[in-house]
Design a protein around this ligand. Structure first.
Ligand code: NAI
Length: 332
């Protein structure tokens, strides 16, 4: 099986290498086809997302991606936004579950964040009106809004989930989130056997902090989804453990929620679990569910055993020691 591999920047190469090792130990033969993206690609190719990388994903359909650095407030447009828009990876899926051995304020968190990935304030429609005044367009279209809500319901149905909560701010952004909410209600009617809930996003934040176990599937627009994904990662042990997928009808790119972590890059301290679990989602996506489940079990056993864990998990280990443990629990 050929799968595109984007190493990414910062800790990207360290954690993607770990994921490839774990996939091999799970017994799936993957021929990783390397594609450039990120700050390193910008230096080498003059573009942080060269056309050939998009072409390779179009050819092989699936990719595992390490995080890519994006300059703040200047320089090139976010690679992630370009990738998601260019391949129409309209749905971001982030499963957030409590893991053993990680001390968190809550037990039994088990929710999925579904984020619209191509529109909203991340559509990249910004301009300077006059010096000192800029305008960003919050793009919401009916087809994209209906598509993401339908995706969330279908995901809920496929995974035996009971409640889909649509998060919005329609009381303030009456037109944009008003349209999104109307679309959500319309689509919810197609799924009478799954409970539909609608909640203001600020209320959702409060409730996630107070008791995240009450949520099942959450669906929302791009910016809200970005923020809620990180918030939810914090509920179950941080950015180092939460996986993610960017899915479209033709292509799929799997990546962790976290970024390139320049503060720990090159130090061997990055936790690879989020990317390892993203690779497990990839395997499930391409029909290797047993191997994906074995990897998930190895993650659980590694965390339970508590040996070799990276500093973000309270350990004194390194990327290598935790990967050794994952592999040991896979083959043992
Ligand atoms: P970040 O997620 O890279 O780091 C935030 C904090 O979490 C840092 O203290 C970091 O050390 C820690 N952390 C993140 N991943 C970790 C891991 N696997 N193990 C242990 N600790 C981990 O977020 P930040 O600093 O805001 O962004 C850095 C760069 O990454 C930026 O250029 C940003 O644009 C980019 N980024 C890229 C993403 C992607 O490619 N999907 C997603 C988010 C950010």
């Amino acid at each position: 099986m050929q799968v595109v591999l984007i190493d990414g920047d910062g800790i990207g190469p360290e954690v993607t290498a770990a994921a490839c090792r774990v996939v091999a130990a799970a017994g799936v033969k993957v021929d990783w086809v390397r594609a450039p993206a990120g700050a390193a690609a910008a230096a080498q190719y003059g573009d942080p997302l060269p056309d050939e990388t998009l072409e390779m994903i179009r050819r092989y359909r699936v990719a595992l991606k390490g995080p890519c650095t994006t300059p703040v407030g200047k320089g090139f447009r976010s690679i992630n936004v370009r990738l998601r828009q260019g391949l129409d990876l309209f749905a971001s899926v982030r499963p957030v579950t409590t893991l053993p051995g990680i001390k968190t304020p809550y037990e039994k968190v088990d929710l999925i964040v579904v984020r619209e990935n191509t529109e909203g304030l991340y559509a990249g429609l910004e301009h300077e009106v006059v010096p000192g005044v800029v305008e960003s367009v919050r793009l919401i279209t009916r087809p994209a809004a209906e598509r993401i809500v339908r995706f969330a319901f279908e995901l809920a149905r496929a995974h035996g989930r009971r409640v889909v909560t649509f998060c919005h701010k329609a009381d303030v952004m009456r037109l944009s989130d008003g349209l999104f909410l109307e679309c959500a209600r319309t689509v919810a009617d197609e799924f009478p056997f799954i409970q539909f809930d609608e909640k203001p996003i600020d209320n959702v934040c409060l409730e996630l902090a107070a008791d995240p176990t009450r949520y099942d599937v959450l669906v929302m627009e791009n910016l809200f989804g970005d923020l809620i994904s990180d918030l939810c990662a914090g509920l179950v042990g941080g950015l180092g453990v939460v996986p993610g997928a960017n899915l479209g009808t033709r292509y799929a790119v799997f990546e962790a929620v976290h970024g390139s972590a320049p503060d720990i890059a090159g130090k061997g301290l990055a936790n690879p679990i989020a990317v390892v679990r993203s690779a497990a989602m990839l395997l499930e996506h391409v029909g290797h569910r047993p191997a994906a489940e074995r990897i998930e079990r190895a993650v659980v056993k590694t965390l339970q055993a508590g040996a070799g864990l990276t500093p973000d998990l309270g350990g004194r280990g390194t990327t290598t020691t935790i990967t050794d443990e994952l592999v040991r629990h896979l083959v043992g």
